[in-house]
Ligand binder design. Structure first.
Ligand code: FES
Length: 229
């Protein structure tokens, strides 16, 4: 059980625990975007960076396992500035324009990216947006994929692989060209997709959404207990 200090708080966690999970254990919240516990951990967004004493570079808390006597700071000005820059880069690649913006999005009010931007005070992208022309995939009666809104976090792929165990969503190409292939086009019935919605539940933006969201706004509904899993 390594012992470490996070923002002055002592915590002991099992070996192989990451900093982000150790911080949660200690009651310290570290923002995350591409990370989803037990679902996806690609370490691509860098929103979770922290300072580790003795390490010159900031490290991604979701990818870094704790070690004995580690001292972590999650709230220094350098950390906050780096997170703001990471988030700025993400929203610059989020496909927002005059016809595609938060008010028209089915996830408006229930969007993790929107919440993070508000928490970190990132109000608008600072970098020029790359051209995104991939068509919306809309043939599935329950699910819709808008590649323009995709931030490439790959949580949907993790959900399809690790939760649904279906392996129908995938990441194609690599690096800057990496893109999500969601099987919601005209041939969706020929794929293994079962329209379970795990991908939509994992998506932190409005890129993959359940179409029924068009019938309500997020603030008009609340969670209830149900026997349906
Ligand atoms: Fe850690 Fe994205 S949440 S890199």
């Amino acid at each position: 059980m390594p012992n470490l200090i996070i923002n002055g708080r002592a915590v002991s966690v099992p070996a192989d625990t990451t900093i982000v999970e150790a911080a949660r254990e200690a009651g310290v919240a570290i923002p995350t975007l591409c990370y989803l516990k037990d679902v996806s951990n690609v370490g691509s967004c860098r929103v979770c960076v922290v300072e580790v004493e003795g390490t010159p570079e900031l490290v991604a808390a979701c990818k870094t396992p704790v070690i004995e006597a580690m001292r972590v700071r999650t709230d220094t000005p350098r950390v906050i500035e780096a997170r703001r820059l990471a988030l700025d880069l993400v929203i610059s690649n989020h496909g927002l324009n005059s016809t595609n913006f938060c008010f028209s999005c089915l996830k408006n009010g229930d969007c993790e990216l929107q919440d993070l931007c508000r928490d970190l005070g990132v109000e608008a992208p600072s970098f020029p947006a790359p051209e995104k022309n991939a068509p919306v995939r809309d043939a599935n009666p329950f699910l819709r994929f808008d590649p323009r809104l995709c931030i490439g976090c790959q949580r949907c792929v993790g959900a399809c692989n690790n939760q649904a165990r279906n392996h129908t969503l995938q990441t194609v190409q690599r690096g800057l060209r990496a893109a999500i292939e969601a099987p919601f086009g005209p041939d969706w019935r020929a794929t293994g997709c079962e329209s379970c919605g795990c991908c939509a539940a994992a998506c932190p933006t409005g890129a993959i959404v359940e179409k029924r969201r068009a019938d309500y706004r997020s603030w008009e509904v609340s969670a209830v207990r149900t026997t349906c899993p």
